[in-house]
Design a protein around this ligand. Structure first.
Ligand code: PSU
Ligand code: MN
Length: 302
């Protein structure tokens, strides 16, 4: 087996106990140092407090890891040159012995390979604004169209073209539901301004949808549970709109492209909102991790 599972994850999996996969790109490239290490640990502890086992995913020295030790998490958070790995990068990283943090697409792929069904992140990747010029669409979408996993997220990142991303999710056949809301969440914002067709109101109901996916068969697609950041903890919408417009300008002006676009925009927002975007991002991720643990418990029948 090419995967290396931590002892904690291996034991939980073999006992049928609830496990939640966590991505590592948010730690290595989505959050500023040194806060990122503390957040990585805190998210793992949140999963444990809810009664599930965290499986933070990354690739170290060419070995895909499902669940990290303390030292391994430190490497992901602090190592210079740690790469950002999308699912297409996995064979290259494995064969060349590279180390990298995994995006939603790579984490979902490895988690599914390990038999983990529930996964928490902040905001998904999607269709970037200016898609007609750049064709920049995150690999997250295509991968989730063919991976049977439940992803708890605060919608898609608000730096993206949200309505275009919702259309793509529909075309690709990815099931999407709001968690206790009929509005699609907007990552830093509780409401993206767009509706969502389905609403789920509890972990048991989410688990029932997962069972229905399996019973119906067909395309091995994901279920997105879109869980909004609480309105009191969201980024001020006016500030968000203003700073995001500046960030998009700066991104175009500086010629940032490819994998660097998302970290550039998120970093710009952190610096130009005096950390308010970071606080909203963290509030969203914390809520998602907690909900994912509860869904994993319901799924495991605990
Ligand atoms: N959510 C966050 N912060 C992040 C990301 C998600 O709160 O940094 C990461 C995820 O790993 C996601 C990636 O898969 O950004 C998308 O990058 P791209 O747009 O290059 O596909
Ligand atoms: Mn991209």
């Amino acid at each position: 087996m090419v995967l290396v599972m931590s002892e904690e994850v291996r034991e939980a999996m073999s006992a049928g106990r609830p496990v939640v996969a966590l991505e590592s790109t948010i730690i290595a490239h989505g959050l500023p140092r040194p806060d990122n290490l503390r957040v990585g640990r805190e998210l793992e502890d949140t999963v444990r407090r809810e009664g599930a086992v965290p499986a933070t995913v990354a690739v170290l020295d060419g070995r895909p890891r499902i669940g990290l030790t303390k030292d391994e998490l430190e490497r992901v958070a602090g190592e210079d040159g740690i790469r950002k790995l999308s699912h297409r990068d996995l064979p290259l990283a494995v064969a060349t012995g590279a180390s990298g943090a995994t995006t939603v697409s790579a984490t979902a792929r490895l988690a599914a390979l390990a038999g983990i069904r529930v996964f928490a992140t902040g905001g998904l990747g999607g269709v970037h604004r200016q898609w007609t010029l750049t064709q920049d669409e995150s690999a997250d979408l295509g991968l989730l169209a063919r991976t049977r996993i439940t992803v708890v997220c605060a919608g898609v990142k608000s730096v993206l073209d949200v309505p275009a991303t919702l259309e793509r999710l529909e075309t690709l056949g990815v099931s999407v539901a709001g968690y206790r809301t009929n509005r699609f969440p907007g990552f830093y914002l509780s409401d993206s301004g767009f509706p969502v067709d389905w609403r789920l109101d509890g972990p048991e109901q989410v688990a029932a949808v997962m069972r229905a996916q399996d019973a119906l068969g067909g395309q091995e697609s994901a279920l997105l549970v879109a869980n909004p950041v609480p309105p009191k903890q969201q980024l001020d919408p006016g500030l968000h709109a203003r700073v995001l417009a500046e960030a998009l300008d700066a991104c175009a002006r500086e010629g940032v492209t490819g994998q660097a676009v998302t970290p550039f925009l998120l970093g710009y927002l952190v610096r130009h909102t005096e950390g308010a975007s970071l606080r909203a991002n963290l509030a969203a991720v914390r809520g998602n991790v907690r909900l994912a643990a509860r869904i994993a418990l319901a799924w495991a029948g605990k």
